[in-house]
Design a protein around this ligand. Structure first.
Ligand code: PLP
Length: 408
């Protein structure tokens, strides 16, 4: 089928705006009339420099990123950042406690576990913090500050269910759990929601890190300054996989080698040191030029056509509300079941549900495919159905899916 004959509900990599891809296709062959494609140009040449600097400036303006934060482009995906945040922030913590190694007390790292991705990040911290030798203390002690595992990741912790440690080097949470369909309520609604992330309960001075991989640029982030680091893999709303965007508070751009010399912290691989990336405008080594190029085009497209993030927020909210309302209605009729019951914990980006009855899910997915609805199968670890409603999915596509659910 042609591109406009399918509705792509993929969880990531996910659909991108058609006009952007058309422009990218032209740029891949002949960028800006140079006679050369964007992937054939030096990453240090003036053309690519303009691309990456333009992307950065547009991102800063779209998200209103404060001046004391640096934007970085890294490789290694969201998973790479599970490691990189631990290494860079333990180094920053060590440098702010410059006592001799014998006197150094390893910090904790507080993880908020709300689904598969925050759990993976926690597991990586545990792996990285193992003692270098059996007789040594661990580099740090990752601990669980809150967890909804007992609910099979179907809700968020309430305010009184968090237990943060004063000794934490940082607190970590995942803003949107892509597999389970769990998302913290938008900051605009946070005051009234029992599921809002409890920034005010985090001990003063403890850094907060958020994985925004699957909700980045789906709506404004009005509380950037409450975070030390926000990061996101590109392949949901921003561009093709291969680039990861970071927003890092400037005091955390530290020389990790200096920290390692003090002892008691693991060394940081050079391509993951935020300071080195920052000092080199994200061009310390060859960056993923094509994903950065397409991301730059997507950002320009949002600025030109979508009314910025406020406009997107309205559309994304409308899309999610429509689908959840349809599913809640189907649930009353005994046909379907939404995985996440609490409205304030429901993801706008990844809507997870089950079709009830013997053989119904298979029939639903087969029928969906015939109607042009693609990539609706739930993640292989949880099964069920998942409709991902990233920025490039239109309200019309969601309406069409809702009609199919009603008729099924
Ligand atoms: N964090 C979240 C919320 C994700 O959805 C994903 C991937 O889908 C990751 C992290 C891992 O990202 P990557 O596959 O780019 O390593």
């Amino acid at each position: 089928p042609a591109r406009d004959q399918v509705h792509n509900f993929a969880a990531g990599p996910s659909p991108l705006p058609t006009t952007v891809l058309e422009e990218a296709a032209r740029g891949l062959l002949n960028y800006d009339d140079t006679g050369m494609g964007i992937c054939e140009l030096s990453h240090r040449g003036k053309e690519f420099k303009a691309v990456i600097e333009g992307a950065e400036a547009n991102l800063r303006s779209l998200l209103s990123i404060p001046d004391n934060y640096t934007i970085l482009f890294n490789q290694g995906g969201g998973t790479g950042q599970f490691s990189a945040v631990v290494l860079n922030l333990l180094a920053a913590h060590r440098l702010s406690h410059p006592v001799p190694a014998e006197e150094f007390i390893p910090p904790t790292i507080d993880y908020v576990l709300t689904g598969a991705w925050s759990s993976k990040a926690y597991a990586e911290a545990q792996r990285l913090c193992l003692p270098p030798f059996p007789a040594c203390p661990a580099f740090a002690t990752p601990r669980v500050a809150a967890s909804t595992k007992s609910t099979k990741w179907t809700t968020l912790p309430k305010k009184d269910e968090y237990d943060f440690s004063k000794e934490a080097a940082f607190v970590y949470y995942c803003e949107n759990e892509t597999i389970n369909g769990i998302e913290f309520p938008p900051a605009s609604a946070s005051g009234s929601s029992p599921f809002a992330f409890p920034f005010d309960q985090v001990p003063k001075g403890v850094n907060i890190v958020a994985d925004y991989s699957s909700s980045f640029i789906s709506r404004p982030i009005p509380n950037i300054e409450k975070h030390a680091i926000i990061y996101a893999g590109a392949q949901k709303n921003l561009g093709p996989s291969g680039v990861t965007v970071l927003i890092v508070r400037n005091d955390l751009l530290v020389d990790t080698t200096e920290a390692a010399k003090l002892g008691c912290v693991p060394s940081t691989p050079i391509t993951y040191e935020y300071k080195i990336l920052a000092d080199n405008g994200s061009l310390y080594n060859t960056p993923p030029t094509f994903p950065i190029y397409v991301s730059a085009l997507v950002l320009q497209h949002l600025i030109d056509n979508k009314g910025g993030l406020r406009g997107l927020e309205e559309t994304n909210k409308a899309k999610a509300e429509l689908l959840y309302a349809t599913l809640d209605e189907a649930e009353k009729q005994g046909k379907a079941r939404c995985v996440v019951k609490e409205k304030d914990a429901r993801s706008w980006m990844n809507v997870t549900f089950e079709m009830l009855g013997e053989g119904k899910e298979k029939a639903f997915l087969e029928g969906a495919d015939k109607h042009g609805f693609r990539q609706l199968k739930g993640h292989r670890s949880v099964g069920g159905v998942r409709a991902s409603l990233y920025n490039a999915v239109t309200l019309e596509s969601v309406r069409a899916l809702c009609e199919y659910i009603k008729s099924f």
